[in-house]
Write a protein that binds this ligand. Structure first.
Ligand code: ZN
Length: 207
């Protein structure tokens, strides 16, 4: 018995739609939602013979739209279904917890940087034409809306926190359309600098 009633054509269409629509960014509202009916169903939609392993964002998005296209798939045996639903519940809770944690870490760093006199937001790097070690290409960076002076660190307004003269070329295009107040930064260099500022402020406060 098939785990889905969708036709091969419908599934092919959904896969094409997912490729067009998913985009490069994970949407936490979707990843933390119940986007799959069961592993057998997911395997048929994605096109794998066995149960899917860790899913890519494109696959998650595909399952999300496929579930909308097929809200009621063929039923699984009750016991298997209960076990699956239990696992799903735990996965969602873990995903939500991870997101809450990332968000509260970012809120803390943001408050710290703003206490140091700047104003920050998150912007996506669209310059993306080279791969170099040491910073994440195409990442979401900490963007300074006001200048920042902290110890020996000096940054003008309207650049990212990880900016250096040698990387300027790869860090020049940060349009306002790429500004996301609901995203956490993913650039490792930005986060590292923000953490070190936070630690130094903490030390100063406690001494
Ligand atoms: Zn950065």
């Amino acid at each position: 018995m098939r785990a889905t009633n969708l036709t091969t054509e419908q599934i092919t269409e959904l896969r094409e739609r997912a490729r067009r629509e998913a985009g490069p960014f994970t949407n936490p509202a979707i990843t933390s939602s119940s986007y799959s009916h069961n592993p057998e169903w997911a395997a048929e939609i994605i096109g794998e013979r066995s149960n899917p392993r860790v899913l890519t964002w494109l696959e998650v998005y595909l399952l999300y739209i496929a579930k909308q296209a097929e809200p009621d798939p063929p039923p699984l045996a009750m016991a298997r279904r209960r076990a699956y639903e239990q696992e799903e519940k735990q996965r969602r809770a873990a995903e939500q917890e991870r997101w809450r944690q990332e968000w509260s870490d970012w809120e803390y760093l943001k408050a710290t940087l703003e206490a140091a006199g700047t104003q920050v937001t998150v912007r996506h790097n669209y310059t993306s034409h080279r791969h170099l070690d040491g910073y994440t290409q195409g990442a979401d960076h900490i963007y300074l809306k006001k200048p920042l002076t902290f110890g020996r660190l000096r940054r003008d307004a309207d650049i990212v926190l990880c900016w250096t003269p040698s990387r300027a070329k790869d860090l020049e295009y940060f349009p306002v359309e790429g500004e996301y107040d609901d995203r956490v930064p993913t650039c490792k260099a930005c986060i590292k600098t923000a953490r070190s500022i936070a630690e130094r402020i903490k030390k100063k406060e406690s001494s």
